[in-house]
Design a protein. Structure first.
Length: 175
């Protein structure tokens, strides 16, 4: 994998469908370049919106360039979301939980985007209560990298109608 090489891009949309203290859940859709009916889709998980506070919040909605780059933290190549206001090192990686830790929920994120096949409810190891999660995250991440192997992404992140907490929307609460 070569960093710094300009790649073709694919258009991607991350639509955030629900949010609450257990995380922000959505769907990532990427159209295939030559065959639009062969799209890649998966579930996403992010931290709840907490005014873009680093390590506590999902990133703001907007348009972003996503490239593949080496992550020292993960010791491998991952997608990196560029030009996030007030942030750096925002990655797309495997994770199952992204709740608000200050409210007792498990989080495997410092503000990144996780991918998975299915949204579910299960109890994290070491916790007594179940929480919303995504499953099959590692497999989904491999599938995403395979689908986008030769491409960067032009990623639009948006909130579904009526739930944009960045603009005072209430969100869809879990539980």
């Amino acid at each position: 994998m070569t960093e710094g090489v300009e790649k073709k891009t694919l258009k991607a949309l991350l639509m955030r469908m629900e949010t609450g203290d257990e995380g922000t859940f959505g769907e990532l859709s990427i159209e295939a370049p030559q065959v639009p009916q062969l799209a890649f889709t998966c579930r996403t998980i992010e931290l709840p919106w907490r005014d873009n506070a680093e390590g506590k919040s999902c990133i703001p909605s907007g348009d972003y360039r996503v490239v593949t780059s080496y992550s020292k933290k993960f010791d491998r190549y991952l997608f990196e979301v560029l030009d996030v206001p007030g942030r750096s090192g925002v990655r797309i990686h495997e994770m199952n939980f992204a709740g608000d830790e200050s409210k007792g929920f498990k989080a495997e994120s410092d503000g990144c985007i996780g991918v998975g096949r299915v949204q579910s409810i299960w109890t994290p190891k070491g916790y007594s209560e179940p929480q919303h999660a995504v499953t099959r995250s590692e497999d989904t991440l491999v599938d995403l990298h395979t689908f986008c192997e030769e491409y960067d992404l032009d990623l639009a992140i948006a909130w579904a109608d009526g739930i944009n907490p960045e603009q005072g929307g209430l969100g869809v609460q879990h539980g």
